[in-house]
Design a protein around this ligand. Structure first.
Ligand code: GLA
Length: 378
C-alpha cells in the first residue's frame, strides 16, 4: 500500500500506456470524540490524518471509465452512463468508484470517460475511513476544473455510500476527508453542517492503535444501531436524538434507552471537549474521552474486549491525556492523545502488553492532523 505519488504515476503509465494528468489525494480520518452522533443530527470532532488515498487520472474522449487499484492489483471498466446497473452489487473497492460516478451524475454533474489508478496507505476496515478517502479522491479527480466545492463533493460521496454501497453512514467521514485543516480537529454540527476548525494542543500526538480485529458484524451491526436510534427518536416524538435530553430518557426502555443515553450524553461531551480544547485544558479532554469510551462500551455496546483492553492499557501509561475507541467500533482502532515526549515509550508498552494478553500484534500509527482533499497536476 502506498500513497507515494511517484509510484502512482509510474503504475498509471504502465497500466494505461500514457502519463496521468492530475493527482487527487484525500486523507483518512480519526474521530477524537462524538461517536455514532452524526447520523443522529449531532456533533462530532474528527481530524483528517496523514494517511491518504491518491488517485491519478487522465481524461478519455469516450465515456469509458477504466480503473486500476494498485493495492488490489485489480481492474474495473464500465460505461459511465450505465454505472447504475451495479447498484446493490458487491465489488469491494470498485463500489466506491462506481458509487461516486453514479452519485455525481445523479447530482447532474457531467462525468466524462477517464483512466484512473488508485492507491493508498489508509488501512482498510480499521475504522479510519479508507472508503470515504477513496470516494473523495475519486470525486476530486473526476470533477477537477468544474468548480465544485469540497463540501458538496463530500455530500455526493455520502450519497454514494448510503444509496449505492448501502451503508447508512452519517456525514462525518466525508466531511473530515474533504475539509480537514492542518493541525486542527473539525467541530461539525451534523444537522446545520457548520464546520469550525479547532486547534489541537502543541506537543501532543494523535496515536492510533489498531486492535488487529476487523469490524465484527461489520455493516450489519452499524445499520442495526442506526435503526435503533431512529426507533428511539420516534418513540420520543423528536426528529432525531439531537433533539432529546437526559430528562426524557426514562420514557424509553431497555436497549433503546441505552442507545439514546449514549447519543444524548455524547453530544454534550463533544461540546465540552471543544470548550476544553479552547481553554487549554487537556486533562478535561482526556476525562471526556474516557467517559465516551465507557458510554460506547456500556450503553451503545459498540466495543469489544480487545478495544476495552487497549483503552485500559493506555490509561496506565505515562503521558497519556485520554483514549477511546474510534470509528464505528465492533473492532478496529483506539485513538489516544499522548504527549510527544512519551510517544515512543507508549508505543512500546502498549504493543508489548497487548500482545502478551491477546496474542495479537497491534499496528501503531502516530498521526498528524492534515488538510483535506487536494487536487494538483500530476
Ligand atoms: C462510521 C460512519 C460515520 C460515523 C461513525 C461512528 O465511521 O461512517 O458516519 O457514524 O461510524 O461515529
Amino acid at each position: 500500500m502506498t500513497a507515494d505519488k511517484a509510484s502512482l504515476r509510474r503504475a498509471f503509465e504502465q497500466q494505461f500506456g500514457r502519463p496521468a494528468e492530475l493527482i487527487s489525494e484525500a486523507p483518512g480520518r480519526v474521530n477524537l470524540i462524538g461517536e455514532h452522533t452524526d447520523y443522529n443530527g449531532g456533533f462530532v470532532l474528527p481530524a483528517a490524518i496523514d494517511r491518504t488515498v491518491a488517485v491519478a487520472l487522465a481524461r478519455r474522449e469516450d465515456f469509458l471509465l477504466r480503473a486500476y487499484s494498485l493495492d488490489h492489483e485489480q481492474c474495473d471498466e464500465f460505461q459511465v452512463e450505465r454505472v447504475r446497473r451495479f447498484m446493490g452489487t458487491r465489488g469491494g473497492w470498485r463500489d466506491y468508484v462506481r458509487g461516486v460516478c453514479w452519485a455525481l451524475q445523479d447530482a447532474h454533474i457531467p462525468v466524462a470517460g477517464a483512466d484512473i489508478a488508485i492507491s493508498g496507505d489508509v488501512p482498510p476496515g480499521a475504522g479510519l475511513s479508507s472508503s470515504a478517502a477513496t470516494e473523495l479522491a475519486v470525486a476530486g479527480a473526476l470533477t477537477r476544473g468544474l468548480g465544485i466545492a469540497p463540501r458538496d463533493l463530500a455530500l455526493i460521496a455520502q450519497k454514494a455510500e448510503n444509496l449505492f454501497v448501502g451503508v447508512q453512514c452519517g456525514i462525518m467521514d466525508q466531511f473530515a476527508s474533504a475539509l480537514g485543516v492542518d493541525g486542527h480537529a473539525l467541530f461539525i454540527d451534523c444537522r446545520s453542517l457548520e464546520v469550525e476548525a479547532v486547534p489541537l494542543p502543541d506537543g501532543v500526538a494523535i496515536v492510533i492503535v489498531d486492535s488487529g480485529l476487523r469490524r465484527r458484524l461489520g455493516e450489519t451491526a452499524y445499520n442495526k444501531r442506526h435503526a435503533e436510534c431512529s426507533e428511539a427518536a420516534s418513540h420520543l416524538g423528536v426528529e432525531s436524538l439531537r433533539d432529546a435530553d437526559v430528562e426524557v430518557l426514562p420514557r424509553l426502555e431497555g436497549d433503546l434507552q441505552k442507545r439514546a443515553r449514549h447519543v444524548v450524553t455524547e453530544n454534550a461531551r463533544v461540546l465540552q471537549t471543544v470548550s476544553a480544547l479552547k481553554a487549554g485544558n487537556p486533562k478535561g479532554v482526556g476525562r471526556l474521552m474516557h467517559e465516551s469510551h465507557r458510554s460506547l462500551r456500556d450503553d451503545f455496546e459498540a466495543s469489544v474486549p480487545e478495544l476495552d483492553l487497549l483503552v485500559d492499557l493506555a490509561a496506565s501509561c505515562d503521558g497519556v491525556i485520554g483514549a477511546r475507541l474510534t470509528g464505528a467500533g465492533f473492532g478496529g482502532c483506539t485513538v489516544s492523545l499522548v504527549s510527544q515526549e512519551a510517544v515512543q515509550h507508549f508505543a512500546e508498552q502498549i504493543a508489548g502488553d497487548y500482545e502478551r494478553k491477546t496474542g495479537l500484534t497491534p499496528e501503531i500509527c502516530v498521526c498528524r492532523a492534515v488538510d483535506g482533499l487536494r487536487v494538483s497536476d500530476a
